[in-house]
Design a binder for this molecule. Sequence first.
Ligand code: ATP
Ligand code: MG
Ligand code: MG
Ligand code: MG
Length: 436
Amino acid sequence: MRLSAYFLPILKETPAEAQIASHRLMLRAGMVRQASAGIYSWLPMGFKVLQKIGQVVREEQNAAGAQEMLMPTIQSADLWRQSGRYDGYGKEMLRIKDRHDREMLYGPTNEEQITEIFRSSVRSYKDLPRMLYHIQWKFRDEVRPRFGVMRGREFLMKDAYSFDVDYEGAKRAYNKMFVAYLRTFDRLGLKAIPMAADTGPIGGDMSHEFIILAETGESQVFCHKGWMDLGISGIEVDYQGDLQPVVDKFTSLYAATDEKHVPAECPVPAADLIETRGIEVGHIFYFASKYSEPLKAEVQMPDGATAPVHMGSYGIGVSRLVGGIIEASHDEAGIIWPESVAPFKVGLVNLKAGDAECTRVCDDLYAKLNAAGIEVLYDDRDERPGPKLAGMDLIGLPWQLVVGPRGLQNGLVEIKHRRTGEKHELSIDSALSKLI
Ligand code: ATP
Ligand code: MG
Ligand code: MG
Ligand code: MG
């Protein structure tokens, strides 16, 4: 992509309304524009990142055996009356009437809808287990939408749902999602810590919030310092096998939000306890027959009797993650994208667009990188070097390839790694082979 032709409205000024780094940087880097409170348009570069995060989420859901589908954003109030949640959900639910005065709503989540789909198509235990998911916009009329896409009113969520004949099956599904979440967040360059969450009247230990540590987070969290050295990468995962040992490994170290943390009962000595703030990026939940019972999602069991299915639901805040990743990965100069979700891998900078040799070398590098399938943002504009380099730092592409007349006299270009700041002068060919 040539920057001269790209819609990337970079802001020079820091927007006054943005209180935290990710919000400021997303506005400055031309990723999003607020449409109204908590509702955003995603501009091309922001949308690209959103889609890449969605794709990582998708790949890991698929690997865990969940199947992708798509449910609508607008739902009928009837189903929510059947589940008993229509009145209880309160003002966070955006209620709408259609022209026939039928009560509709913009879905804040999809338990009712998926349960309805399931009950109308599945009759027998032989059709279980199943895991379904979609990546779809949700609406919650948050009292205080803030921090940009982090707490929006309209936001993109991956929500998965599992259906099983019994608790044991549901536990297997839960474990699959637990592990899939660890892998997903790891691929996104995040350390997301599963923290036991409230299960409400159902009880048990089958609800976890996945929380990334950040000073700007809205939850107060407590965890054992050993978490800093614990990660899923390198751990072999077989979704057909028993995942309990992996889940045990990642639940053995203490981690709790302030809702669950009781200082007097905390098993971790003060010296080993980290107290900080965190951002909820995912939440998994086993809720037994909470919806299948009132909505009559029942199957025939081997003994001929019918029973409501055991369900769980599993959410990831895809749009929140865009902000979350930036909170976890930025510096004074701007964003630092992990390669897995970077909008482009390389920023190619022509320091002197009027110079024939610089332009020839840049055009050639651009063509070769494109041919190799590398995503490149090519700053071919006739602009001063300072703002060009600052712009590249701001948008945070993993690699910068800088071509100027001085280096070219010796046949050299500069390659800079955004995360470490390391710079090397290399021949054109060795620069290319570092990137391809
Ligand atoms: P929060 O505690 O932040 O209000 P929640 O517990 O209400 O979130 P869930 O119902 O568990 O959210 O939804 C699943 C995921 O959707 C959350 O873990 C979060 O990542 C994301 N999410 C929830 N509300 C929002 C929002 N207003 N804006 C962006 N993402 C959100
Ligand atoms: Mg909420
Ligand atoms: Mg929450
Ligand atoms: Mg939650």
